[in-house]
Design a protein around this ligand. Structure first.
Ligand code: NAD
Length: 353
């Protein structure tokens, strides 16, 4: 056995009701004038966060984070940060909100605390993404890694079932690809298997009983493990395809991940036997049915099962395959045009792999 394991250094606070520790955590980082970031939709959460921080802090709010971190939104928040002389950020929300906080950190080096409210996992990664002139550029920089993450499942009860399901499958996809990553290691593999198990057991409950705190806790725990995996090892064909489909064909992020992951798993089945065994243990099935069991999970959590259902046009499938092959990347099985075309065709019609 040979591996390199380099964990990211972050402080994690986990548990129902832990949001109340935010003032202490903000103070611990030496932040006095935090900029609280959220989407317009979660403005109420941003306002209650400001109230929680209280008069000991000179807090500001920017409740205009949007999908894919467009340059305009970075310019807008930077102007406010300069005007208010903010010395750190508190991000309350999902990947879109956290992404804007990362863009701020990239430009300014300001520290951030993240309170995630979805299962996407961005809070655990040093990966940033910025969209300019319609093109999303991504990169890795330790500067954008949140210093502290507060996982409070109470904040996820308002996450509707149609976001909870796909968002949780998005997290499972991080775990699946971590299991066959080029730089995989035993610690992240343990976390990934546990992540798949925790999410697969909790998500079917979460979508029918949104305020079941035990299920919400377990799902968020799985999301933490998944985010850690995503932030520590490299991803392969699944993430590459989802990036292409989301970016070039404007398909919704978590839903694309949901539709593709069973087919990407099937694609790698023969060349990643240890990963298949781990997925199978987590899903209580046999290694040759790991992909099939992931597909079955989609319906149990109300996630889409076909590319057609999320707006992909059949005539664009071949173009998507060509774009996905334009730059080489690591994958356990050789990535061929014919192979990717077939994968996308199956995902388009939702054939059980
Ligand atoms: P999102 O942040 O876009 O949130 C979706 C919607 O749900 C928003 O309107 C948001 O306000 C709302 N919402 C979030 N939490 C809620 C809650 N608890 N209750 C009610 N509404 C809530 O969605 P996402 O899936 O978390 O993030 C997707 C984005 O994150 C994509 O752009 C993706 O590329 C990025 N991402 C980045 C990384 C990374 O490591 N850089 C990792 C994962 C995802």
């Amino acid at each position: 056995m040979q591996f390199v394991y380099q964990p990211n250094s972050q402080r994690i606070i986990f548990g129902a009701g832990t949001l109340k520790q935010l003032p202490d955590e903000v103070a611990l980082l030496g932040i006095k004038r935090p900029m609280i970031i959220s989407t317009e939709f979660q403005k109420d959460m941003a306002e209650s966060t400001k109230e929680l921080l209280g008069e000991g802090f000179e807090s500001s709010i920017f409740a205009k984070a949007v999908m894919h971190v467009p340059r305009d939104s970075i310019n807008a928040i930077m102007a406010e940060i300069e005007a208010n002389n903010n010395d750190g950020c508190v991000c309350v929300g999902g990947g879109s909100t956290i992404g804007l906080g990362k863009a701020v950190a990239l430009e300014t080096g300001l520290p951030s605390i993240v309170v995630p409210t979805t299962y996407a996992g961005s809070e655990m990664t040093p990966i940033w993404g910025i969209t300019e002139d319609g093109i999303k550029t991504t990169g890795r920089d330790q500067k954008v890694l949140a210093k502290t993450v507060i996982y409070d499942p109470e904040l996820t009860v308002t996450l509707p079932d149609f976001i909870s399901g796909p968002s949780g499958i998005n997290a499972i996809a991080h775990c699946v690809e971590a299991l066959y990553a080029e730089n995989k290691n035993p610690v992240i593999s343990l976390m990934s298997e546990e992540g798949i198990k925790a999410l697969a057991e909790s998500l079917p409950v979460v979508v029918v009983e949104p305020d079941n705190m035990e299920a919400r806790s377990k799902a968020l725990y799985g999301a933490w493990l998944a985010g850690t995996a995503l932030g520590t090892v490299g991803m392969s064909i699944h993430h590459k395809l989802c990036h292409t489909l989301g970016g070039s064909f404007n398909l919704p992020h978590a839903e694309v991940h949901s539709v593709i992951i069973p087919h990407a798993t099937k694609y790698n089945q023969e060349d990643a036997p240890e990963a298949m065994a781990a997925i199978a243990r987590a899903l209580n099935t046999t290694p040759d049915d790991a992909a099939g069991a992931l597909f079955d999970l989609l319906s149990k959590v109300g996630a889409p099962t076909t590319l057609e259902a999320i707006g992909m046009k059949e005539e664009d499938l071949d173009k998507a395959a060509e774009i996905a092959l334009s730059k080489p990347y690591y994958n356990p099985r050789e990535v061929t045009l014919e192979g990717v075309k077939e994968l996308l065709k199956n995902a388009y019609s939702g054939i059980r792999p």
